[in-house]
Ligand binder design. Structure first.
Ligand code: SAM
Length: 365
């Protein structure tokens, strides 16, 4: 029991509680009968994935195999024989009259280890190799999906518009196919963290000024600076970070002092996506992602940006179907069913990853 005189200084409505009230009201309606399971998972310790550092001399793989976890990416490919996928799709097509779905082209060489479904063992900290490079990077395994969906190919120029602290940039670099990677984040302190992460995992010879550009610009202005340039653009925007908002009161986006910032998020997200679309070259591809379940920050943002790209800049876009990706990784993640636009990993106690929303766009003009 808290004594009276101290209770007066306690915050009446901690931001974590405000976040939960907000989610109950919005996600309860949005996710329906799925919400209670998602809610309990969101309030429970999340699961990590270990992104293997291909640059490490000793590669984290041996350590990870010793911990008895598996690379969910190669594992899923191994299990999904082309004929098997085809047969499944035909059934689905017959059932739902949907278009036939095949596994999408994914960025190669990315490996991410996870413990089996329902196993909540924690990873041991990664060890440095003889050059001081760490063997793996711990992150939400679902965060790897936007990087896989980006379909990096040999010689690509890539922009990571909101890159810090750098988990996804590191995953993109694992492909070892990128000619130039631009990593940007408006926050100077977070950009320093991003540099530290890259230097802890990638040898200097892969981080020369020709290969890596690090900037701290306001991403919403990128379209004014550098248009029609990049083969691939990742727009991993600031959002309500749903899981974190339920766990930490410090600097919480649901605190009273940040109400205005939270309300402006969807507008900022549209502006960032629009800038990313402009930065891509015609034929180039853009992946938009958040770690929120919010319709307003996900589907609505994509819809608005696609509309504004056409109206304001005459850019036509095609939404790329990612159903093949959800089919492929359906054993590892729990995906929200029947989203109109994009795909979403929803937290589940047996597979407590996410939330991660992703939507892929291709520039037609
Ligand atoms: N992609 C990162 C990763 O995988 O580690 C996480 C990015 S985090 C979800 C969103 C980032 O957007 C934050 O680091 C924040 O500083 C940055 N940000 C916020 N407003 C921005 C803006 N206007 N331009 C560029 N970055 C911005």
């Amino acid at each position: 029991r808290v004594k009276e005189k101290w209770a007066a200084t306690r915050v009446k409505h901690p931001p974590t509680r405000l976040a939960l009230q907000h989610f109950d009201a919005t996600y309860g309606a949005q996710l329906g009968e799925l919400w209670p399971s998602v809610r309990v998972a969101l309030l429970t310790e999340k699961k990590y994935g270990a992104l293997v550092n291909n640059f490490s001399f000793e590669s984290g793989t041996t350590d990870l195999q010793a911990q008895r976890c598996r690379d969910f990416i190669s594992d899923s490919y191994g299990r999904a024989e082309p004929s098997e996928v085809g047969a499944q799709e035909q059934t689905r097509e017959a059932d739902s009259n949907d278009q036939q779905v095949s596994p999408p082209p994914l960025s190669p060489n990315i490996k991410c280890f996870v413990f089996p479904r329902g196993d909540v063992t924690r990873f041991k900290p990664a060890r440095p190799d003889k050059y001081g490079l760490l063997g793996y990077y711990l992150m939400d395994a679902a965060s790897v999906l936007p990087c896989l969906a980006l379909d990096i190919q040999q010689g690509h120029t890539v922009l990571d518009l909101c890159a810090a602290p750098g988990g996804k940039s590191l995953a993109l670099l694992q492909t070892q196919l990128i000619r130039v990677l631009c990593v940007n984040d408006t926050s100077v302190s977070r950009t320093s963290r991003l540099k530290k992460v890259l230097h802890s995992y990638v040898p200097k010879e892969f981080l020369t000024d020709e290969q890596l550009r690090v900037t701290s610009c306001d991403g919403t202005k990128w379209g004014e600076i550098e248009r029609n340039t990049f083969d691939r653009v990742l727009v991993d925007v600031p959002c309500t970070t749903d899981r974190l908002s339920l766990m930490e009161d410090d600097n919480n986006i649901f605190s009273r002092s940040r109400i205005g910032e939270r309300r402006r998020l969807p507008q900022l997200q549209v502006e960032l996506l629009l800038a990313g679309i402009q930065a891509a070259c015609p034929g180039g591809e853009i992946v938009y992602s958040t770690c929120s379940l919010s319709l307003n920050q996900n589907l609505s943002v994509v819809e608005q940006a696609v509309y504004l790209a056409q109206e304001n800049f005459g850019i036509q876009l095609q939404v790329v179907n990612l159903r093949g990706l959800t089919k492929l990784f359906g054993d590892t993640f729990c995906f929200a069913p029947d989203l109109r636009l994009g795909e979403m990993v929803v937290p589940h106690l047996a597979a407590n990853f996410g939330p991660i929303y992703l939507c892929k766009l291709r520039r037609l003009t």
